[in-house]
Design a protein around this ligand. Structure first.
Ligand code: SF4
Ligand code: SF4
Length: 274
């Protein structure tokens, strides 16, 4: 293995506990209301929320994105962290139960977050410079989870398909175009303003929508009227648009176009400066 192919700390920690799996790897598992550990896993757990998780959950609950984030998430920010990532806030009761767990199980089941869907399959991306973004799976086998003693057999691929992970993975791929961008990998640090733009265009979609329609945004960027109309209504399209916009404003990628007359006015203003 070349030095640059060595796993990073997180990969090594995962690999020490569970070997890498491919989509065709097999395992046995079942989770159902009759199992003795039912609901045990829905407490005192760190659930990282992706922008698409937040979109699905807050829409299900009929909440605005900022309202949802304030009520149901925490935003830890460690020194080594490059981007803000919200976690689902567990309850303040002794067991620290998930706010969405009920007697019959998950009350937001159809819109449960990606990690809850994929469990007991974990997914990680390589941080190695030679393999940026390379994806791998691993099996999470926790003592309290009796689902591993059941007889239903799956491959990683059939399990993820059965759990409806596909749209979460598709948005995950688009998000990686920003979060695993080569410039960030090369050490680019985002300033407070850039962090704010990132958070708005990913997690605070209501605010991003207001920014598009209530600022000079549409006077500056080329956005077809029909597409702009769609952005008013379609949260998924707004998230896709936000991720493209971030690639433009943070990294200068040609994912958006500024109107020629705006560029011309800017050039003229710069030329007239003494
Ligand atoms: S969101 Fe649902 S599945 Fe996930 S921890 Fe909460 S209750 Fe459990
Ligand atoms: S602990 Fe495992 S088997 Fe039990 S409810 Fe949670 S996921 Fe299902």
């Amino acid at each position: 293995m070349a030095p640059s192919d060595q796993p990073n700390d997180l990969e090594q920690e995962i690999l020490n506990e569970a070997p890498r799996l491919a989509a065709t790897s097999r395992f046995r598992f079942s989770c159902h209301p009759g199992i003795s550990c039912f609901n045990v896993c829905c407490r005192d757990v760190n659930i990282v929320l992706s922008p698409y998780d937040v979109l699905r959950l807050r829409r299900r609950l009929g909440l605005g994105s900022q309202e949802f984030l304030a009520e149901f998430t925490i935003l830890p920010f460690g020194e080594k962290q490059r981007l803000p990532i919200p976690l689902l806030k567990m309850g303040s009761d002794e067991q620290k139960r998930c706010p969405f767990v009920g007697e019959q199980g998950c009350t937001v089941y159809e819109d449960r977050p990606w990690p809850c869907r994929a469990y007991p399959i974990g997914e990680a991306s390589s941080g190695s410079p030679s393999r940026p973004g390379e994806q791998f799976y691993f099996l999470v086998a926790e003592e309290h989870c009796h689902g591993h003693a059941e007889t239903n057999e799956w491959t990683v691929g059939t399990w993820l398909e059965n759990q409806g992970v596909a749209p979460y993975q598709a948005f995950g791929e688009l998000l990686k175009e920003v979060t695993l961008h080569p410039r960030l990998a090369q050490g680019m640090e985002l300033g407070p303003k850039q962090m704010e733009m990132y958070f708005m265009a990913t997690y605070e979609l209501d605010r991003f929508r207001r920014f598009i329609f209530e600022s000079r945004f549409l006077e500056c960027y080329e956005v077809a009227q029909a597409y702009a109309d769609r952005l008013r209504e379609d949260d998924e399209e707004l998230l896709r648009f936000g991720l493209n916009w971030l690639r433009f404003v943070l990294f200068g990628e040609p994912t958006m176009r500024i109107k020629p007359e705006v560029l011309e006015a800017k050039r003229a203003a710069m030329a007239s400066r003494p």
